[in-house]
Design a binder for this molecule. Structure first.
Ligand SMILES: [Zn+2]
Length: 73
């Protein structure tokens, strides 16, 4: 799986989960099963970002699976 053109997404690299209990941002170019991107899309909680910085400015924290310390930037 990779970038999406569904829901609110139009091919942006980063997808934020606007569920207040999650509030994570995911890197779709490094997506892992654990990110459960499809569930976020089904729930309509996806919010697109072109950069991690933009998502961080809105208070989204990075996902440990696709944006963990061990992953590439
Ligand atoms: Zn993720």
């Amino acid at each position: 799986m990779s970038r999406r053109y569904r829901g609110h997404m139009s091919g942006e690299r980063y997808l934020a989960d606007t569920n207040p209990e999650m509030h994570h941002v995911h890197d779709l170019d490094n997506e892992k099963t654990e990110c459960q991107i499809e569930a976020i899309l089904r729930a309509g909680l996806d919010k697109p970002f072109f950069t991690r910085l933009d998502a961080g400015r809105e208070g989204f924290t990075r996902c440990d699976y696709c944006l963990g310390e061990s992953s590439r930037e």
